[in-house]
Design a protein. Structure first.
Length: 291
């Protein structure tokens, strides 16, 4: 009769913990083989969405390692947040709780999504654009330090602008299309598609800007569609498609101002169903059929 031994049981446990393609113990959701198959631009884009910078000069092997590390760190934080961690005394538990509530770069208690260091690195035009999107006016004469404080206050104020003001949530109206209804809503750069090829929708300025810049997209308006000194039909010009003569470049501030004034939704894809980067996007207004 065969004898059971600890070695046999241990081998089975390891196989379960580390499925094929995953070389990192206790991280069943991280498939390193699949990550290694991503293209360089896709790796940089995913790292950027996780807040990792300085990837421009990194080679593919280093990008793969950096993404695996970022995903592992994210998994650890998620586990820690769910379990609360183990502590020997109530004092140490309180310290851990404070640390979780205030991650690096966040100087405002109990606001884990507000990274003040990152906000302070934004340009003045970007700060004004974000404040305008949240319904904050009177920013024209404000200095950068005041703009930073105003944006932090707006983000931490629970009574701030609703999702319909361009803070990421879907704008709704009588002409909402089926595309909006069945798309995954994205409200921040931390949100990731549920699967490759997933249709996404957002009004968040940073999500839109990062998506376009990852594809070297330039904010533009269709020449000849302007009216009353305002931008006309909004588009992005992608160099991979060849520059279009009819598109005129405008600033991000003007692009987003028009986007918000017309209450548009941004429908897009991060990747096609085959995992390749997608340039697909569409702008829709819930208030009229022509967007």
């Amino acid at each position: 009769m065969p004898t059971k031994n600890g070695s046999g049981r241990g081998s089975g446990s390891t196989a379960t913990t580390n499925p094929p393609g995953n070389q990192t113990p206790n991280t069943p959701d991280i498939n390193e083989s699949e990550i290694a198959r991503l293209k360089v631009d896709q790796l940089r884009d995913r790292l950027r969405r996780r807040g990792v910078t300085g990837t421009a000069d990194m080679r593919k092997d280093d990008l793969v390692k950096a993404l695996v590390k970022a995903m592992k760190d994210g998994a650890k934080k998620s586990t820690s947040a769910r379990t609360g961690g183990s502590s020997r005394t109530s004092s140490s538990s309180a310290k851990k709780s404070t640390s979780s509530a205030n991650p690096p770069g966040n100087q405002t208690p109990n606001t884990p999504d507000v990274n003040e260091s990152e906000i302070a690195r934004l340009k003045v035009d970007e700060l004004r654009s974000r404040l305008r999107a949240r319904g904050v006016t009177g920013t024209a004469d404000m200095q950068k330090a005041d703009l930073v404080k105003a944006l932090v206050k707006s983000l931490t104020d629970k009574s701030g602008a609703s999702s319909s003001s361009g803070g990421g949530g879907v704008r709704k109206g009588p002409q909402n299309s089926k595309s909006i209804k069945y798309a995954q809503e994205v409200t921040s750069v931390d949100d990731e598609p549920e699967r490759p090829g997933r249709s996404l929708v957002t009004t968040d300025h940073e999500v839109i800007r990062r998506w376009a810049e990852a594809r070297k997209g330039v904010p533009t308006t269709v020449d000849g569609t302007e009216h009353d000194g305002h931008a006309g039909v909004l588009r992005f010009d992608f160099p991979s498609n060849g520059r279009e003569q009819r598109l005129r470049e405008i600033s991000w501030e003007e692009w987003f101002r028009t986007f918000d004034e017309r209450r548009l939704n941004f429908i897009y894809q991060e990747e096609r169903s085959d995992g390749k980067q997608s340039n697909f996007f569409r702008l829709e207004s819930p208030d009229r059929e022509d967007g």
